[in-house]
Write a protein of this length. Structure first.
Length: 132
C-alpha cells in the first residue's frame, strides 16, 4: 500500500495528487527555548511552539499537481491536506492547514520533468487521525 495525498484547494474540489508523487516527508517540530540558570549542569528548556513542514516530490503534471500547487500559491490561500502513509482502514492519517511556500520544476535534458513543493504550518497544528 502506497502513501496517498489529498489536497483541498480553496474554492475547488478535492485533488488527489498521489499518482504523480514519489516522495513525501513530514517534519513535525517544536521550538523549545533554553532557559538554563546558573549552577545547572544540564540544559533546561521551556515547552515551545509547534511547527511542521511537508515536502513533496514527483513528476510534473500540468493537469494535476502543477495546476493545484501553482493556483494555491498564487492565491496565497491556506491549503488543507490529508496524508495517509498506508491506504487501508485503520492506518494513521496526518492533516493540516498550511501555506505552500515553494514550488520547483526541474527539466533535465534526458529524463522526465520533476516537481517539488513544500507546505509550512499556516493555521492550527498537524493533526493525527485514522483512515476510515
Amino acid at each position: 500500500t502506497n502513501v496517498t495525498l489529498h489536497m483541498f484547494p480553496s474554492g475547488a474540489a478535492s485533488a488527489n495528487l498521489t499518482g504523480d508523487l514519489n516522495s513525501i516527508s513530514i517534519k513535525f517540530s517544536k521550538n523549545n527555548p533554553e532557559n538554563t540558570t546558573f549552577g545547572k549542569s544540564t540544559a533546561q528548556r521551556l515547552s515551545g511552539i509547534r511547527d511542521y513542514t511537508v515536502d513533496y516530490a514527483g513528476y510534473w503534471n500540468s493537469a494535476s499537481n502543477e495546476a493545484t500547487v501553482f493556483t494555491e500559491m498564487n492565491a496565497s490561500a491556506y491549503t488543507l491536506f490529508l496524508i495517509a502513509p498506508a491506504s487501508h482502514t485503520g492506518s494513521p492519517t496526518y492533516s493540516g492547514c498550511g501555506l505552500i511556500n515553494n514550488m520547483t520544476v526541474t527539466g533535465p535534458h534526458d529524463g522526465p520533468v520533476a516537481i517539488s513543493f513544500s507546505i509550512h504550518a499556516g493555521t492550527g497544528s498537524l493533526t493525527k487521525g485514522t483512515a476510515a
